[in-house]
Design a protein around this ligand. Structure first.
Ligand code: PLP
Length: 380
């Protein structure tokens, strides 16, 4: 039996809710399922306002518009991230300033952020890699000091938290001015494609609704706040269909169950691989003490690029699909010929040595044990 890297799943009323939406006669966006998903997330995680979007990419593009990015503005982004984190701001004409990751985890290093801030800096975009919080206390204080926006790329970070030094705890995506989450089929909570923009400052809510509705004030019109709607701003079609939000609602209703299972899988990997780490074969993920684990991803750090390649092959020969992750964006073909290259050694290091093991809701405990045995076999 082959073990895939990821497998989409249904867990509750997904299909029933889709049918309900069809029968109700409304399957375009912003109907009852969209509103129920938004309300559930606001209530559970303390986001001031949640707007469902068709993807995390779209939520990031909305955030870039809301930050009023103009050509020449600089946006600080980790190099070790997905292309959408950068593209959203490139589309508005920003100059991307890539910074390096921390030594002990792939998240952005706040000291490197500080060194990259100039007169033209407008936004910092921390990416909570593997659902593990960036050092948000340091990042927010830098933002405050230099009057910058913070857009959290929380694509992988649903149901994860940051603890401040005064002991208070906040959900990721509720700390910066904006947060962007993904419900792509590879994430913890899925809708095929889907996402949310979280807005944590009330002054942006009205404009965000307009941008999501193609630059019209249609949302206010349907709430009877105005008597006709028209074109009032730039915008695009960022609103998902009710078929998507119907599926998503069923997933959100089961979030505790999904998270419990994923954490069980994560813990089984961790305890099963601890011995190999002690023997110096590879490194396991390290969680800073201000962060929680939402079990989005289980990765290990190999000794070298060539060893990682051999390990992926070995797993593949045994029917196990493992994958590496990002390639540093500052070295990507799109970026490299446009900008002077700086050395970002940690980002390059994670590009070379990080490998992700299968982690999905229906992964069986026997399958995890098989993967662990296969790793032991490789290193023996
Ligand atoms: C998945 C992911 C995205 C993109 O999410 P989509 O919903 O597919 O647009 C962006 N950033 C990070 C860090 C991601 O992991």
């Amino acid at each position: 039996m082959k073990i895939p890297f990821n497998k989409p799943f249904i867990i509750g009323n997904e299909l029933q809710y889709i049918q309900d939406a069809v029968v109700s006669g409304k399957i375009s966006g912003d109907g009852i399922f969209t509103k129920r998903c938004q309300a559930l997330l606001e209530e559970k995680y303390g986001f001031l306002k949640v707007l469902l979007t068709t993807s995390c990419t779209d939520a990031l593009e909305m955030a870039a518009i809301l930050c009023d990015i103009k050509p020449g503005d600089e946006v600080i982004i980790p190099s070790y991230t997905f292309v959408s984190t950068a593209n959203a701001f490139v589309l508005r004409g920003a100059k991307i300033v890539f910074v390096d990751s921390c030594e002990d985890n792939p998240n952005v290093d706040p000291q490197k952020i500080e060194a990259a801030i100039t007169q033209n800096t407008k936004v910092i975009v921390p990416v909570h890699y593997a659902g593990v919080a960036c050092d948000m206390e340091s990042i927010m204080s830098l933002a405050h000091k230099h009057n910058l926006y913070v857009v959290e790329d929380a694509a992988q970070a649903i149901d994860s938290y940051f603890t401040f030094s005064d002991g208070s705890k906040k959900a990721l995506g509720s700390i910066g001015h904006f947060g962007a989450f993904s419900f792509h089929e590879t994430k913890n909570i899925i809708a095929g494609e889907g996402g949310i923009l979280t807005i944590n400052n009330p002054s942006f809510i009205e404009r965000a609704e307009i941008i999501r509705e193609k630059g019209t004030n249609r949302s206010a019109f349907f709430r009877n706040e105005i008597d006709k709607y028209g074109w009032v701003d730039i915008g695009s079609s960022f609103l998902p269909s009710e078929l998507i939000s119907a599926f998503l609602l069923a997933q959100l209703e089961n979030i505790e169950k999904i998270q419990r299972k994923r954490k069980e899988i994560w813990e089984r990997y961790y305890s099963g691989l601890k011995d190999l780490e002690r023997e110096g074969c590879f490194l396991l993920p390290k969680l800073p003490n201000y962060a929680t684990n939402n079990a989005h991803m289980f990765y290990i750090l190999c000794q070298s690029l060539s060893e990682r390649g051999e390990l992926i092959e070995h797993l593949k020969t045994n029917g196990i699909h493992s994958v590496f992750h990002y390639l540093s964006l500052h070295k990507s073909p799109f970026f490299e010929n446009k900008h002077e290259r700086n050395e970002l050694t940690m980002a390059d290091q994670y590009s070379d040595i990080l490998i992700r093991l299968p982690l999905f809701y229906e992964l069986k405990m026997e399958e995890i044990d098989k993967i662990i045995r296969c790793l032991k076999d490789f290193y023996s």
